[in-house]
Design a protein around this ligand. Structure first.
Ligand code: HEC
Length: 148
C-alpha cells in the first residue's frame, strides 16, 4: 500500500516539474536573471576585447563557456503562460512572432557555442573574431523584441 502511494506522489511530482514556475512573475524574474548573468560575463569579455582589461585567454574561455550554457535558459521563462504581462520589457512580438524570436535565440546559442569552442582552442585573434560575431546577437534581438 505504501509503495503505491509513493508511486502516486511521484507521478504528481512529475506532472508539476513540467515548469519550475508557479506564477508569471517567477518566469519573468528567471529569464531576466539569466540575461543579467549573460550580461555580466559578456561585459567582462568585452572589456578584454576592447583592451580596458588585460587579455586572459583562460578567463575569457571560462566566461564564454558560462554564457554558452546560459543562452539555453531564458527560453523557458518566455514560454510560461501569462508571462507577457507584468514587470517585463519583453515586447508582445515575442509571442505573436514566436518563430522569429525563436530563430534569434537559436542563432544566439550557435554563435555563443562557437565562441566557447574557439576560445577553448586558445587563439586570441580567432577568439576576438568569434566574439564580434556573437556580440551582434544582443542588439539584433533587443531591437525587435525588447523595450528599451
Ligand atoms: C533572442 C533574443 C535576445 C538575445 C539574443 C539577447 N537578449 Fe537580452 N533580453 C531579451 C529580452 C526579450 C529581454 C527582456 C526580458 C524581460 O524583461 O522579461 C532581455 C533583457 C536583457 C537584460 C535586462 C535583464 C533584466 O534584469 O531586466 C540584459 C542586461 C540583457 N538582456 C543583456 C543581453 C546581452 C548582453 C545579450 C548578448 C550577449 C543579450 N541580452 C541577448 C532578448 C534577448
Amino acid at each position: 500500500m505504501k509503495k503505491i502511494m509513493i508511486a502516486g506522489c511521484m507521478f504528481l511530482a512529475a506532472g508539476a516539474v513540467a515548469s519550475p514556475f508557479e506564477k508569471p512573475a517567477e518566469a519573468i524574474k528567471y529569464r531576466q536573471s539569466a540575461f543579467t548573468l549573460i550580461a555580466a560575463n559578456f561585459g567582462d569579455m568585452a572589456a578584454m576585447v576592447k583592451g580596458s582589461k588585460e587579455w586572459d585567454q583562460k578567463l575569457f574561455s571560462q566566461r564564454a563557456q558560462f554564457v554558452s550554457q546560459l543562452t539555453y535558459m531564458p527560453e523557458e521563462g518566455f514560454k510560461y503562460e501569462g508571462s507577457d504581462k507584468g514587470e517585463t520589457k519583453a515586447r508582445p512580438e515575442i509571442w505573436s512572432d514566436w518563430n522569429g524570436f525563436s530563430a534569434k535565440l537559436t542563432t544566439f546559442q550557435q554563435d555563443m557555442a562557437n565562441l566557447a569552442n574557439v576560445a577553448r582552442d586558445g587563439d586570441e585573434k580567432a577568439t576576438k573574431r568569434a566574439f564580434a560575431q556573437a556580440a551582434k546577437n544582443c542588439k539584433s534581438c533587443h531591437s525587435d523584441y525588447k523595450y528599451r
